[in-house]
Design a protein around this ligand. Structure first.
Ligand code: NI
Ligand code: MN
Length: 232
């Protein structure tokens, strides 16, 4: 069974496993200037959150309440969501994983910040390592610098997809994202976290072309609303 990843602009994605709908870092229109949809149009069974910044959680509470989806995030964001009246929240922390209906999710190291929009402590930022029930692995790096620890992900097995930030300024830029793709052993890459604002303008297609030439790794630029289907 193949999975499908749909971009909603910036670093927000839906992953359809064929059985479940996962939403990564809910940030929709009008909050997200790059989004193709507003939160009322989005379906979710699980909401996965990498860190507390507004461009990753702005629509989390409303989406959780609309859909009754289970939110999965670090302990501090878990506490914050509960205070906002979200009832189904599962806390994890970095290095820890758990089995869910869609498969396994582990939080990985990310080097970044995580303060929540109201100033609450968002704990440490994380990446998401998803292992679907058929064994396919997806790495959502989250907002992060390049880290040598990304090699651990590749060493642990085949990685079907890595979603990597390329915007620079707040996260890795293209040069470091290229190394990240190599470190984590990605079979395919989707770049994210670029062009939403002038500070993070990048030529994503140029990144993908260069990645293929320099590493042999294929990549897909997804405009907001476009999907990538994994050919397993
Ligand atoms: Ni951030
Ligand atoms: Mn961000």
């Amino acid at each position: 069974m193949a999975f499908t990843v749909t971009s909603h602009g910036h670093a927000t994605f839906s992953i359809n496993t064929g059985e479940h709908k996962l939403v990564i870092d809910p940030f929709f229109a009008p909050n997200n200037p790059a989004a193709d949809v507003d939160v009322s149009q989005v379906e979710a069974d699980f909401i996965l959150i990498t860190h507390g910044h507004g461009d990753h959680v702005a629509d989390a509470v409303e989406l959780a309440k609309n859909t009754n989806a289970t939110c999965i995030c670090n302990h501090e964001i878990h506490e914050w969501l509960m205070k906002q009246g979200v009832e189904k929240v599962h806390p994890l922390h970095i290095g820890g994983g758990n089995n869910f209906d869609f498969g396994h999710l582990k939080l990985t190291i990310a080097h970044h910040g995580s303060m929540l929009p109201d100033g609450s402590n968002g704990g440490n930022p994380a990446g998401l390592l998803i292992t679907l029930k058929n064994g396919q692995r997806i790495y959502i790096a989250g907002d992060t610098a390049l880290t040598y620890d990304m090699k651990l992900i590749g060493e642990a097995g085949r990685l079907d997809l890595a979603v990597l930030p390329i915007g620079d300024n707040f996260t890795m830029g293209p040069d470091d994202a290229l190394l990240a793709a190599k470190f984590c052993g990605a079979r395919h890459v989707i770049p994210c976290h670029y062009n939403t604002w002038p500070l993070i303008e990048q030529d994503a297609q140029a990144f993908c072309d260069r990645l293929l030439i320099e590493t042999g790794i294929t990549a897909t630029v997804l405009a907001s609303g476009q999907s990538y289907q994994d050919e397993f």
